[in-house]
Design a protein around this ligand. Structure first.
Ligand code: TMP
Ligand code: ASP
Length: 240
């Protein structure tokens, strides 16, 4: 089993370690929570454990449905062994309903369904505050290839179809979410990072209650309880 050598990168919610195998990394999920591009900081007790469980279960389900990802195996309740990827420095956001920066940008009310899923690209750069970017700008500035945008975009919409029906069965409306992709040493594009309530908007389908990081962003209370509940619901549904 590969062992950790040094920290490759410490982000806002995870630490990435190199291992004695150059192709393998270890991801450690922290309890730290940030919002508004790091301006708001806090801790959500055991978030790392809940997110590791949620992401592992969802990635596994998506893999069985034909969406490959970087996870090799889970090591413990907070850590995954993953393949080293060359990360595409673009965040792929899919939206089903109006919320968040889409509502703010165009002065819209939160909530209405979109006519069809909307794919948006953001630059993966905390110093810049992850700005929205168009396909043309990405290509002209050489930030990613057309193939990465097209293949990643198609995977993103497929993930949306699968997750939307999965969460609907649990009585949860999948409002929007963010994905990241990267290339393996063999040149295959695979899903990277995580799918957790940190990077998704999940609303109770009946009451509209928020079941995601907006509880932390907006000080809505019951933050830990909500992450625990989502982890339980996802875990029981997927036998994870
Ligand atoms: P937004 O409404 O702030 O643009 O975010 C849309 C969704 O994508 C929301 O569920 C949060 C997620 N997201 C991140 O997790 N990190 C990011 O950097 C961005 C831009 C979005
Ligand atoms: N990536 C942003 C941040 O962490 C989005 C957010 O969670 O508010 O600051």
């Amino acid at each position: 089993m590969p062992t950790k050598t040094n920290i490759l990168n410490e982000g806002k919610s995870k630490i990435v370690y190199e291992t004695d195998d150059p192709d393998l990394l270890i991801i450690h999920y922290k309890d730290d929570a940030t919002a508004f591009n790091g301006e708001k900081k806090g801790t959500i007790v055991d978030k790392g454990v809940f997110n590791c469980r949620i992401s592992s279960a969802l990635f596994d389900m998506l893999k069985k449905a034909g969406v490959p990802n970087h996870v090799v195996q889970n090591l413990n309740e907070r850590e995954q062994l993953v393949r080293r990827l060359q990360i595409v420095p673009i965040e792929y956001v899919v939206r089903n309903r109006i919320a968040g920066s889409l509502a703010r940008r165009y002065g819209l009310e939160d909530g209405p369904d979109l006519a069809r899923p909307m794919l948006e690209f953001f630059v993966k750069d905390d110093d810049l505050g992850d700005p929205l970017i168009g396909r043309e700008a990405i290509l002209i500035l050489g930030m990613a290839t057309a193939e990465a945008l097209d293949e990643g975009g198609a995977y993103s919409l497929k993930v949306n179809d699968l997750l939307k029906s999965f969460f609907a069965e649990l009585g949860i409306s999948l409002v929007d979410f963010k994905l990241e992709f990267g290339y393996t040493a063999d040149g295959d594009l695979v899903l990277a990072d995580e799918i957790t309530p940190d990077g998704c908007r999940l609303w109770d389908a009946k009451t509209g209650e928020k079941m995601d990081k907006d509880r932390f962003r907006k000080d809505l209370g019951k933050v830990e309880e909500t992450y625990a509940r989502v982890a339980d619901m996802v875990g029981s549904a997927l036998g994870a």
